[in-house]
Design a protein around this ligand. Structure first.
Ligand code: MEV
Length: 459
């Protein structure tokens, strides 16, 4: 590969980029086909979503079933690569008594960082707040006064911001509040201005960032400080969604066909939950299980899963140690109550949600009318997913479910033909030994050591 040949890559057409990539990475014909075959996301749309596009990358899309949320039935599209997740979420929902949910108004936070134009004014450390040898005009009081000026001008600033996005205001959204705080940082005092905006059915990043950039010069004029960062915060604490449900002893009992009693499953789940509260090493994996379902729906609907992930994990340790995003306890009947609460900044308009045909299809399947409704569905999915993982790991363990599909992949890698895959996979799962060596030895047995017809065994 010669990196010079990628100069100006962004200016080339997709076809040219594909030709360059194919040549530079010595692609064979089938690799070239992988790159050039157009799928449900047309190249021309992909090219408007990111830069330097050379192809698209499909992932499996499945439907999670059995969700009854606030009395309404939902079928939920999942996009992800991990086996068992769709089945687990569907099963968790099936065993539940249905989900009751809530979603906050879609209020997002944007931040402006204000620093003094004269860097010495920011530095704390001497009795008068000035660094040794710095000009006497610099003081912490200046920064506090600047923050007060913003508070005094709040009403006018919010009125001005309404003119920046009149459409959002027309639909009932728009700027709602402006909060300024003096922060003591390792580089001295700074002002954090938080702008709170109701972004309605948008994820909100564009609306907020545009407003912040318009607000910044006004803040500079008002305070004499320098507006540096002007960007959305992904810790969307005012845009949370929550869900709760009950899993009865009876349903849990049935779910293991009485092998492990319902009461016992509840006790074990409560122990697992207490363990996650007590150690961040478990809490992280517990929350990974929550996010398995959440991310899959966020991706299916074309939303920004990095923003959701960042917000969820920050919320898990917001003003506390890192803890589970879900909670479990027993109600007075001795049944298991599960709850979840997390920030969910999701959109139905803008970005990939609007232009990715598969995202549009996912939203059609879901039948959600607002971003808040989508957030309520996704919160329920996170709870169901987490419960199902806990139920599995406190009973049979996760591997038996996980391994069913994985075993089929291993069988294929070992050279099993279409007719042989299921048998090889099943025998590996039964033997609790899922690896290529085992697949090959099962294949040998099946074939009576005869040479394979068609595919070669890779050893
Ligand atoms: C695997 O993707 C997710 C789990 O590890 C979650 C958990 O341990 O709770 C099964």
């Amino acid at each position: 590969m010669n990196k010079e040949n990628f100069a100006g890559f962004y200016k080339k057409s997709i076809a040219e980029r594909q030709r360059i990539a194919a040549r530079e990475f010595a692609m064979n014909d089938s690799e070239k086909t992988l790159l050039t075959k157009e799928g449900p996301l047309p190249f021309e749309v992909a090219n408007r979503l990111i830069e330097n596009v050379i192809g698209t990358y499909p992932l499996p899309m499945g439907l999670a079933t059995n969700f009854v949320i606030d009395g309404k039935d939902y079928i939920v599209p999942f996009v992800l690569e991990e086996p068992s997740v769709v089945a687990a979420a569907s099963n968790g929902a099936k065993l539940s008594c249905g989900f009751t949910t809530k979603a906050d108004d879609p209020i997002m936070i944007g931040q402006v960082q204000l620093v003094s134009e004269n860097p010495s004014e920011n530095v704390i450390g001497t009795s008068n707040g000035n660094p040794a040898g710095s000009p006497s005009t610099a003081s912490n009081g200046n920064v506090t006064n600047a923050a007060l000026k913003i508070v005094t001008a709040k009403k006018e600033l919010l009125e001005f911001l309404k003119t920046v996005d009149p459409i959002l205001v027309k639909f009932g959204g728009g700027p709602k509040d402006l909060i300024s705080t003096v922060l003591k940082t390792e580089r001295g005092e700074m002002i954090e201005v938080q702008l709170l905006v109701d972004v309605r059915d948008a994820m909100g990043a564009n609306a907020i960032n545009t407003m912040l950039e318009k607000l910044a010069p006004k803040l500079e004029e008002l305070t004499g400080m320098d507006a540096r960062l002007k960007i959305i915060s992904n810790l969307a604490i005012y845009r949370k969604a929550s869900a709760t449900t009950v899993w009865t002893k009876e349903m849990l009992n049935e779910s293991t066909k009485g092998e492990v009693k319902g009461e016992e499953i509840i006790e074990r789940i409560l122990d697992a939950y207490a363990f996650a509260v007590a150690t961040p090493f478990r809490a992280t994996t517990h929350n990974k299980g929550v996010m398995n379902g959440i991310d899959a729906v966020v991706i299916a609907t074309g939303n920004d899963f990095r923003a959701i992930e960042a917000g969820a994990h920050a919320y898990a340790c917001y003003q506390r140690n890192y803890t589970p995003l879900t909670k479990y306890y027993k109600n007075k009947n001795g049944d298991l109550v599960g709850e979840i609460e997390l920030p969910l900044a999701l959109g139905l308009v803008g970005g990939a949600t609007k232009i990715h045909p598969m995202a549009q299809l996912s939203l059609k399947i879901l039948g959600v009318k607002t971003a808040q409704e989508l957030a309520r569905v996704i919160a329920s999915v996170g709870l169901s997913q987490n419960f199902a993982a806990l139920r599995a790991i406190v009973t049979a363990g996760i591997q038996s479910g996980h391994m069913k599909l994985h075993a089929k992949n291993i069988a294929v890698q070992a050279g099993a033909t279409e007719k042989e895959i299921d048998e090889v996979a099943q025998r590996m799962v039964e033997a609790r030994e899922v690896n290529q060596g085992k697949a090959e030895s099962i294949l040998k047995e099946i074939r009576g050591n005869a040479p394979p017809k068609g595919k070669m065994i890779i050893s």
